[in-house]
Design a protein. Structure first.
Length: 534
């Protein structure tokens, strides 16, 4: 038993080890990153809060006078008292006001004892060119408010914040500056993050070990028993002796074991009773289901189709009369400004029609996407379908390409049903005009194009003859008149509401009569370049 399960257990151990390591790195990295960012953001905001407060208190119009005359008034004294008080009672290491010059900075205020602080008018060279650039950056029209970090023998490891002080003319008169010590912050973050990572690692390792033990007991062991039973079943499939699996886990694995035992019994009976006819039926049914899935996957089924585009909204459905059908619709963006709309109906039913449908759809889409106009695309598809068309099938097609920004479009109709159009505020009406036969019937056939233009709020409805030719028990057609009535029951409805309502009207009309033909519909609401919110 151990040798049979060693491979699975080895994979489980390896997977769990990688999982634990990945979880430690992921959780630790995310938490550390967020903690560091939060602490630094808070530290940055705290530093600039000191400088912004000082900048608000200083009278910018008096700064230049202090430096020129060296005379101190009450305002000067108040500021000096304030910065000394802040420096004494907070974590601010240096709190001062300077006037940046080209080669040096001139001190106006500096917190600290008189014998230790820089006095009024003291000139000091910039410690570094980088600090000079940082100061002048904060004096620009768009101060970045980014801390400048310094680590040297004179000032130590500090973070400096600078905020401009403006005079009454809106000019920068000086900079309010605050230097905060960094070692305490950094050391605190390192200790916290180290403890955090260690806690995450220990918790993850313990949880991983417990999870491994649980999986090994509840999954790996029972699976090993199932594997051995499966081997026995295969080796003795032709005998009458059934397998007996003893698994008591009280969960789905026990259910699986019971199902496996039952499957063994049923399989032996099935092998005895299986016949060629049954096998053939199963094969045909499976192929038909696959064909239906393939056909369905050929149609765009995700709605809203283009959520990023607000110029229009559309919705389409296809209900085949059999497992597979010959109708199809399509819509796709030719480019950013043009959408193609296709509604088509292949002659015949079943798998041959579905195969011809898929080929037709591919030809038409490829032709349009290659830059052909609707008439050119149908002409080229006609040539492609006629070639080697031994089944003599054909397809009726309504194809249009619309500029979604201007509403101008070009349509070509190859033997298909007439579309219905509703102008904004009006009712649906049929748009009828002469059109050539279907695609795939006649060689060298030319297809006429029709220009049209949609305005904001207009709705276009296209369909196959399965809609108008839906038949009730009295062999009456649903017809264009009932279709228009169904459309005009709720003319302002959205496309996704129009089609279900029309389908309901058809179902109510048909009643218990079987569906004879595929029912395919597409509704397109145009909103214009301003979008649906306008």
């Amino acid at each position: 038993m151990k040798s049979e399960s060693s491979g699975l257990r080895r994979k489980l151990v390896t997977s769990m080890a990688f999982f634990a390591l990945a979880l430690i790195l992921l959780v630790g990295g995310v938490v550390c990153g967020r903690y560091y960012t939060a602490r630094m953001n808070g530290f940055n905001e705290s530093a600039y809060e000191y400088t912004r407060t000082l900048a608000d208190l200083v009278d910018g119009d008096k700064v230049a006078g202090y430096v020129q005359t060296f005379e101190r008034d009450d305002h000067y004294g108040d500021i000096l008292l304030y910065i000394n008080s802040v420096q004494k009672e907070t974590s601010v290491k240096y709190y001062y006001v300077v006037i940046p010059k080209e080669d040096y900075m001139v001190y106006v205020w500096d917190a600290g004892p008189l014998d230790d602080a820089y006095t009024l008018g003291f000139r000091e060279k910039y410690p570094s060119e980088e600090e000079k650039e940082a100061m002048f950056a904060e004096m620009s029209d768009d101060p970045p408010e980014e801390l400048f970090l310094t680590d040297d023998d004179i000032y130590g490891f500090i973070a400096s914040a600078y905020t401009p002080i403006y005079d009454s003319n809106g000019e920068v008169a000086a900079l309010a500056c605050a230097d905060l010590p960094m070692p305490g912050l950094v050391n605190g973050m390192i200790i916290y993050l180290a403890m955090l990572i260690l806690s995450v690692a220990i918790s993850t390792i313990i949880a991983t070990i417990m999870l491994y033990a649980s999986i090994d007991k509840g999954v790996v062991g029972p699976i090993t028993i199932l594997k051995k039973s499966a081997d026995e079943m295969v080796d003795n499939l032709e005998s009458d002796e059934t397998i007996d699996i003893d698994i008591k886990t009280g969960d789905e694995i026990e259910d699986l074991a019971n199902a496996f035992t039952k499957m063994d019994t049923d399989l032996r009976e099935y092998i005895k009773d299986l016949s060629v006819i049954t096998a053939e039926k199963e094969r045909m049914g499976a192929e038909l289901n696959v064909a239906a899935d393939i056909q369905k996957s050929m149609l765009p089924l995700i709605f809203p189709a283009f959520p990023e585009l607000s110029e229009f909204d559309l919705y389409a459905t296809m209900d085949p009369a059999r497992e597979v059908g010959g109708d199809f619709y399509d819509f796709f963006m030719v480019d950013r400004d043009h959408i193609a709309l296709v509604m088509a109906d292949v002659s015949g039913k079943g798998i041959p029609a579905s195969l011809f449908m898929m080929v037709s759809k591919i030809f038409i889409k490829n032709n349009v996407q290659s830059g052909m106009s609707p008439s050119e695309a149908l002409r080229k598809a006609n040539e492609q379908l006629i070639e080697n068309n031994k089944a003599e099938m054909f397809v009726t097609v309504w194809l249009a390409v619309l500029n979604i920004r201007t509403g101008k479009g070009i349509a070509a109709n190859a033997g298909h049903e007439h579309p219905a159009l509703r102008r904004c505020g009006g009712a649906f009406e049929m748009v009828k005009y002469k059109h050539p036969p279907a695609v795939g019937m006649i060689e060298d056939l030319q297809f006429r194009e029709h220009e049209f233009e949609l305005e904001a709020g207009d709705t276009l409805f296209v369909y196959t003859d399965g809609v108008t030719e839906a038949t009730n028990a009295d062999e009456e057609f649903f017809g264009e008149e009932r279709l228009l009535k169904a459309l005009n029951d709720h003319p302002d409805a959205d496309p996704q509401d129009i089609l279900p309502h029309v389908k309901k009207c058809i179902d109510d009309f048909v009643g218990e009569a079987p569906q004879f033909d595929d029912i395919t519909m597409l509704a397109f609401r145009y909103y214009g370049e301003k979008g649906s919110d306008q």
